[in-house]
Design a protein around this ligand. Structure first.
Ligand code: ATP
Ligand code: MG
Length: 140
């Protein structure tokens, strides 16, 4: 196993319900370290660019509306196998299918308003981290 970094986003449904600390506790309890973190409001163009891979999907417009509907917390998580570990902690995209104890099972409102984003590969993690953070912003 190797120490990796992954990009996490606490989504607007979670910031609206004041769940940033509760979600961060799940990451830290699982051994991931929050090595960079910033609370921001995404512009429409930012959301469209970040989710460009989903541009052709039927939910793209609604997803971008949702992601710009309130503040998000963008963060870099670091730890052993951080990409896969974070996906485990998050649970399945659809909270109805997420395993007990996962963030989405505990907190998500719907398949769209599902509280967190996590990179799905090391390659995408590097690209997504660079989308939001400069190297000097990340303190391991
Ligand atoms: P994320 O990329 O946010 O970590 P994911 O990798 O589990 O989640 P993706 O398939 O990449 O899921 O979809 C990106 C996001 O688009 C989902 O997290 C969710 O917010 C939204 N989404 C996915 N599928 C649907 C759907 N069928 N209807 C509405 N929204 C959806
Ligand atoms: Mg994804």
């Amino acid at each position: 196993m190797a120490v990796e970094r992954t990009l996490s986003i606490i989504k607007p449904d979670a910031t609206r319900r004041n769940l940033t600390g509760a979600i961060n506790a799940k990451f830290e309890e699982a051994g991931l370290r929050i090595v960079a973190q910033r609370r921001i409001r995404l512009a429409r163009a930012d959301a469209e660019s970040f989710y460009d891979v989903h541009r052709a999907r039927p939910f793209f417009g609604s997803l971008c509306d949702f992601m710009t509907s309130g503040p998000v917390v963008v963060q870099v998580l670091e730890g052993e196998s951080a990409v896969a570990r974070n996906r485990d902690i998050m649970g399945a995209t659809d909270p109805a299918k997420a395993a007990p104890g996962t963030i989405r099972k505990l907190f998500a409102e719907s398949i769209e308003a599902n509280s967190v984003h996590g990179s799905d590969s090391a390659e995408n993690a590097a690209r997504e981290i660079a989308f939001f953070f400069a190297g000097l912003d990340i303190v391991g």
